[in-house]
Design a protein around this ligand. Structure first.
Ligand code: NAD
Length: 293
């Protein structure tokens, strides 16, 4: 079996994969590869899959499959897997960090101190305790965030059309979530029903001064509408790890907007998560080899 590691994985992975066959990071050898391992950088769309003449398996180290044309791959007999739940803790921790950075004024305090400014009087604080967190999407990551929010004394609501019950969030419809949440955090895949789901119309349904946290996908939020809402104060802060493209272009409207907290798509990239992803990749390849032997 020939395996191409096309994106960055834990450094231990190439050695662990040698038990399955030849391992390379040379992308020019794509046409002879049986297996391609990707994260979010490599785009496995139809032209890529057509070039990979021997391809039988794509493994996406991570959750979202929006960088793979899954239907096209399957139509060509190529199996596609992700490492589903491996990243839940890592992403929930970034979501929580982005959320708590807003009431604690962490970013402004830090930037002020770097500039030798003592903003003790200016930076009015609030607390998470007693506030309502609304999760849009309450799968693996949303659930991990819900548990952390509950530990901080938050009430947790969730809108997720697939779920009938949830162990640590109160399931509500979307209108209720928008009307009652002080913090809204996105944990959905990028699909037709979620693309641009946070826009001028849905923001208007939210509480004045709501905080929106996005660790799902940049394109779930209409950036221009978010900037307008930040400028008017309707949205108190937008804390995001995700972008229309990685990295965002210099003219990304969020760069000039007030009350934005930004991280460079760090959600899944904890050391522990990279090891967990490697373990799941090995499990998938073991199963694939057994099935195709
Ligand atoms: P998951 O599949 O466990 O949960 C997603 C949930 O969203 C599901 O329960 C589903 O029913 C729900 N959902 C789908 N459409 C919806 C809609 N229109 N409205 C409300 N809910 C809807 O996935 P997960 O592991 O929790 O990951 C969620 C997303 O987080 C991924 O798809 C990916 O886009 C993103 N992600 C980001 C990072 C990062 O680095 N920031 C890392 C991993 C995943």
């Amino acid at each position: 079996m020939k395996i191409l590691i096309s994106d960055a994985f834990d450094p231990s992975l190439p050695g662990r994969l040698e038990a399955f066959g030849e391992v390379t990071e040379d992308k020019d050898r794509l046409p002879e590869m049986d297996v391609v391992l990707i994260r979010s950088k490599t785009k496995c769309m139809s032209d890529y899959i057509d070039r990979a003449k021997s391809l039988r398996l794509i493994v996406r180290g991570g959750v979202g499959l929006d960088n793979v044309d899954v239907d096209y791959a399957r139509s060509k007999g190529v199996q596609v897997f992700n490492t589903a739940s491996a990243s839940a803790v890592a992403v929930a921790e970034i979501a929580f960090a982005l959320m708590i950075a807003v009431p604690t004024r962490l970013a402004e305090g830090h930037i002020g101190m770097m500039d030798k400014q003592w903003l003790k009087k200016q930076l009015k604080r609030t607390e998470l305790m007693g506030k309502t967190l609304g999760l849009i999407g309450a799968g693996n990551i949303g659930t991990e965030l819900a548990m952390r929010a509950q530990a901080f004394g938050m009430r947790v609501l969730a809108f997720d059309p697939v779920l009938k019950q949830h162990e640590c969030a109160e399931l509500v419809d979307r209108d209720t979530l928008f009307a009652q949440s002080d913090y809204i955090s996105l944990h959905v895949p990028l699909i037709d029903s979620t693309r641009g789901m946070i826009n001028a119309e849905t923001i208007a349904q939210m509480k004045d001064g709501v905080v929106v946290v996005n660790t799902a996908r940049g394109k779930c939020v209409v950036e221009e509408d978010m900037v307008t809402a930040l400028e008017s104060g309707k949205v108190r802060a937008y804390a995001t790890d995700v972008w229309y493209s990685d990295p965002p272009p210099d003219d990304c409207p969020l760069f000039g907007a007030p009350n934005v907290i930004m991280t460079p798509h760090l959600g899944a990239s904890s050391k522990e998560n990279m090891l967990r992803i490697g373990d799941v990749v090995i499990d998938i390849l073991t199963d694939f080899s057994d099935r195709t032997a």
